[in-house]
Design a protein around this ligand. Structure first.
Ligand SMILES: [Zn+2]
Length: 226
């Protein structure tokens, strides 16, 4: 599957229109389905979105290398550079961040990210966590968005479903989202250069990429550094 096609799709969807969303705008190349979807959306408006469902993430079945490659392409596509602000990127992508106190997080069923069928999304963050940790969480949720929503949507463009990832998820989909996040925030080539430039100092490397010490350590170990 060609990731660029999906990323092209992603870049054009910064608008919030849950109904009357045009399939052709979201999925170029699926013009034949557009009518059906618009008709359905009208029905959905009448029926208050009664048929709308949220799915849980399903494994993308991509290799680690493919996920890293996809994350780096996505990062280039959306113009992300190491250490840059993620909140403005989320807004640019048609998403928003919402901060919740820990008791709200416990009670809420919003999960860690909710994606609507029109590609708009909300990432839920805890109020009490560090900026570096939040940045990794945001990148992890972008992993769910790309791997577990946009990818399957590319093969099922008419499905009127959204995605809800659990805050306490485990298993393959979480590993995939973490792999995506690490590659998105710390691109391999750049990480190798920066890590070497700082004499393998993890604190400085972590600071450069705006990630926690532990995220940078895990990345260094994954890339074969001692
Ligand atoms: Zn997750």
């Amino acid at each position: 599957m060609e990731p660029v096609a999906i990323l092209d799709v992603r870049g054009r969807t910064g608008i919030r229109r849950p109904l009357y969303v045009s399939t052709t705008a979201i999925m170029p190349g699926y013009a034949g389905q557009a009518k059906t979807t618009r008709a359905y959306c009208r029905l959905a408006q009448i029926g208050e979105n009664a048929q709308m469902t949220y799915r849980t993430p399903q494994p993308s079945k991509l290799s680690k290398e493919s996920i890293s490659h996809l994350a780096e392409k996505f990062s280039a596509r959306v113009g992300y550079e190491a250490g840059c602000d993620l909140e403005s990127l989320i807004l640019k992508l048609g998403g928003k961040l919402e901060y919740q106190d820990f008791w709200e997080l416990e009670e809420s069923d919003s999960g860690s990210i909710t994606v609507e069928p029109d590609n708009s999304f909300t990432v839920y963050l805890a109020n009490h966590t560090s900026i570096a940790r939040d940045r990794f969480t945001v990148a992890h949720e972008l992993g769910h968005l790309v791997l577990h929503f946009l990818l399957p949507k590319a093969t099922d463009p008419t499905g009127d479903w959204g995605l809800k990832a659990s805050r306490f998820g485990t298993g393959i989909t979480e590993t995939e989202a973490n792999q995506f996040a690490a590659s998105f925030l710390m691109q391999e080539k750049q990480f190798r250069e920066v890590h070497e430039r700082f004499g393998c100092d993890i604190v400085e490397t972590a600071d450069y990429f705006g990630v926690s010490f532990s995220a940078a350590s895990v990345r260094a170990a994954a890339l074969g550094f001692e």
